[in-house]
Ligand binder design. Structure first.
Ligand SMILES: Nc1nc2c(ncn2[C@@H]2O[C@H](COP(=O)(O)OP(=O)(O)OP(=O)(O)O)[C@@H](O)[C@H]2O)c(=O)[nH]1
Ligand SMILES: [Mg+2]
Length: 373
């Protein structure tokens, strides 16, 4: 096969050139119009570039498809696609394979079982790559030793879902002998920071009989101070209100007799850098043992990623996911758990204090993911 590329002022001139170079049997492979030359973008000339080929093996076949004499671009392309020799057929097959590869790029082709598993994980909002890996390892195990029942398949899926998130298990900070453990809660507005503090403080104070105190630096809303004071009164736990970061440091030094101190902060939009910086100055003065970034499980994964980026310099110890009772898609939590940088400490699943909170065991997350809806 001989291939030739010519550039001309118009299609007729191009055809003439092709004909004289490759003869009557040439087949047009590609046509492109472009502009060139001129001055400051003006007076640019229009050209046509034609790529053609002649099949040196099957000239007989190519004669039937002589395109040059027709001078019609559309027909030329169709005939080129129909092919005039084995090389053209081969080329066409390759092109088809390539375009299907491009279409399926990033998505492995699974068997029917694999596809069902994959769809199930995607429906939960699990990221593409992760879902593929989990399904691949489940299918590999199936290939070695085919499972007999759906139950067995589910068990394998369970183990493979658990593997990447085992690292997300939270290890609480060790209790101090001579000074209180300080636990600070930050996060976007309305996610349930104050309610979560109330739950944990109640467990510590009422069930574990620890000496607990609460501090709020959320003085932007009167209701926020009132909210924590009311909770404190019910649980018989003292509540301090702090107005400046320096004030926080002094206050903490006077509270050394406590076992645990909970610090509540104002909800901050991750899009407001000023607010996040102000929060940072409180954190710098708190010398916290644990900083919990509280997130609602109803937040979209894309937004969660944004929030994590904004809070990345705040020395987060662990994440808390609230309002699990308000969603049935746990994929975003799973995606975060797959990220080595984060551990997850608690899940909350309702408004009841202190009942609706549990330690975020990775196994619980997989159980929720696997629950048929
Ligand atoms: N369904 C459900 N509601 C919850 C949960 N946790 C908190 N809430 C509710 O969410 C609302 C906001 O809770 P708060 O604790 O005030 O949230 P916050 O993050 O302190 O809010 P700001 O201080 O305004 O940023 C309240 O109505 C809570 O009862 C949960 O796990 N499930
Ligand atoms: Mg609050």
């Amino acid at each position: 096969m001989r291939v030739k590329r010519v550039v001309a002022r118009d299609i007729q001139e191009a055809m003439m050139k092709i004909k004289s170079e490759l003869g009557d049997d040439a087949v047009i492979l590609h046509t492109r119009y472009f502009k060139e030359g001129g001055f400051l973008g003006l007076f640019r000339k229009k050209y046509v570039e034609v790529t053609a080929a002649v099949d040196t093996i099957s000239n007989e076949a190519s004669k039937e498809h002589n395109l040059v004499s027709r001078g019609c671009l559309e027909k030329e392309q169709t005939n080129a696609e129909n092919g005039v020799g084995s090389e053209f057929t081969e080329m066409k097959t390759m092109m088809q394979e390539m375009s299907s590869m491009i279409e399926n790029f990033g998505q492995t082709q699974f068997s029917k079982t694999g596809q069902n598993l994959y769809n199930r994980l995607k429906k939960q909002g699990i990221e593409d790559k992760t879902a593929q890996k989990v399904v691949e390892s489940t299918l590999e195990e199936y290939a070695k030793e085919p499972f007999q029942t759906a139950d067995e398949l589910n068990k394998k899926l369970f183990t493979n879902l658990l593997k990447p998130i085992n690292k997300a298990k939270y290890v609480p900070a060790v209790e101090k002998f001579n000074r209180p453990k300080i636990r600070t809660f930050i996060g976007p507005t309305g996610v349930g920071k104050t309610t979560t503090i109330a739950k944990l403080a109640a467990i510590d104070a009422v069930i574990e009989k620890k000496k607990v105190a609460m501090i709020t630096v959320d003085t932007y809303r009167i209701a926020a101070v009132e909210q924590l004071k009311t909770i404190g009164e019910i649980m018989n736990v003292p509540v301090k209100v702090i107005y400046t970061p320096e004030n926080l440091k002094e206050c903490l030094q006077k509270m050394l007799e406590n076992d645990v101190i909970y610090i509540d902060t104002a909800g901050r939009s991750h899009k407001n850098t000023l607010q996040v910086n102000e929060l940072k100055s409180y954190i710098d003065n708190a010398n916290s043992d644990e900083i919990f970034l509280t997130l609602s499980s109803t937040i979209k994964y894309l937004d969660i990623k944004d929030i994590l980026k904004t809070y990345k310099d705040l020395n987060i110890s662990s994440l808390i996911f609230t309002k699990l009772d308000e969603t049935s898609d746990y994929g975003s939590i799973y995606n975060v758990a797959c990220d080595d940088r984060y551990s997850i400490s608690y899940f909350t699943n309702g408004q009841n204090i202190p009942d609706d909170i549990e330690v975020a065991e990775p196994i619980k997350l997989v159980q929720m993911l696997m629950k048929e809806q």
